[in-house]
Design a protein around this ligand. Structure first.
Ligand SMILES: C[S@@+](CC[C@H](N)C(=O)[O-])C[C@H]1O[C@@H](n2cnc3c(N)ncnc32)[C@H](O)[C@@H]1O
Length: 262
């Protein structure tokens, strides 16, 4: 596990965990992005497949997978925040074929090719770097990797400085605590993906699979837990940031000789 650092503020956010738990147990509606992710992998999943959800929160995407897929599959959720993992275990305590574990996307606690489908939604934008995380998602998958993150024509490194403390910046002007909302260019993703011997091909799909009213009504659910997303024109806006949400869908090929360039 990486050391706690200023970008990694998840553990302190109990209210966010509560929202995840309520979504996982059906006390709050499914997220628009979890419905979209389930729709986009539906045709890739076959009976008995193993699905890994990285940065799973409390397993709330499992609800959408179940309602979209209608077949048997195994679900594993992994997250770096122990509070969210414990809530996930509690939410699905009576369910067979569901597993949660603590783990870091920079060093996933699984062997190569352990899962058919690997999902990672709304996580990469919050990380300080994505090369290793992307390699890890590809390493453990043997069929499909689906990622939802911010992808644009150019890359931007954005820090949303946490209002948790009035000391927002240290003497050197560095934020004392913040969330990244990084946008990565398609060019950079092409560069990262072309060097992997396991990437057969990939698509970047604009996330247009949402009902604007549902996005905006989540304001009351989040209360002060997190910036909420609003719709302005065609854009999703979080705080002051216009977000170019995309799904990156990677088709994996496992080389027969097992030699994989990463
Ligand atoms: C914005 S939430 C997204 C949760 C869920 N996938 C969703 O779309 O609602 C980001 C999640 O990533 C997790 N996370 C942050 N850093 C991580 C890391 N290094 N490894 C694994 N999970 C991480 C956080 O704990 C949090 O649950």
């Amino acid at each position: 596990m990486k050391d706690k650092s200023v970008w990694k503020v998840w553990d302190e956010n109990n209210e966010y965990g509560e929202v995840f738990y309520k979504r996982a147990t059906g006390q709050l509606p499914e997220m628009e992005s979890s419905k979209a992710a389930a729709k986009l992998i539906k045709d890739d999943v076959t009976e008995g497949d193993k699905i890994l959800d990285v940065g799973c929160g409390s397993g709330h995407y499992l609800r959408s997978l179940r309602s979209a897929l209608k077949i048997n599959f195994f679900y594993t959720g992994v997250d770096a925040t122990s509070n969210y993992i414990n809530l996930g275990k509690r939410a699905f305590v009576n369910d067979a074929g569901v597993d949660f574990c603590l783990g870091d996307i920079y060093n996933l606690p699984f062997d190569e090719n352990s899962f058919d489908i690997v999902m990672c939604n709304n996580v990469l934008l919050h990380l300080p770097s994505i090369q290793k995380p992307l390699n890890e998602l590809i390493r453990v998958s043997k069929k499909t990797v689906l990622i939802r993150t911010l992808i644009g024509d150019r890359s931007f490194r954005i820090q949303d400085v946490s209002p948790a403390s009035e000391i927002e910046f240290n003497g050197d002007g560095e934020p004392t605590s913040f969330y990244y909302y990084n946008i990565y260019s398609q060019k950079y993703l092409n560069y990262l993906l072309k060097s992997s011997g396991k990437v057969n091909n990939f698509q970047i799909i604009k996330d247009v699979f949402f009902d604007p009213q549902n996005i905006e009504s989540s304001t009351s659910e989040h209360r002060d837990a997190h910036n909420v997303t609003k719709i302005i024109g065609d854009f999703q806006v979080n705080g002051y940031i216009i977000q170019p949400w995309k799904f990156l869908k990677i088709n994996i090929i496992v080389p027969k000789n097992g030699n994989v360039l990463m």
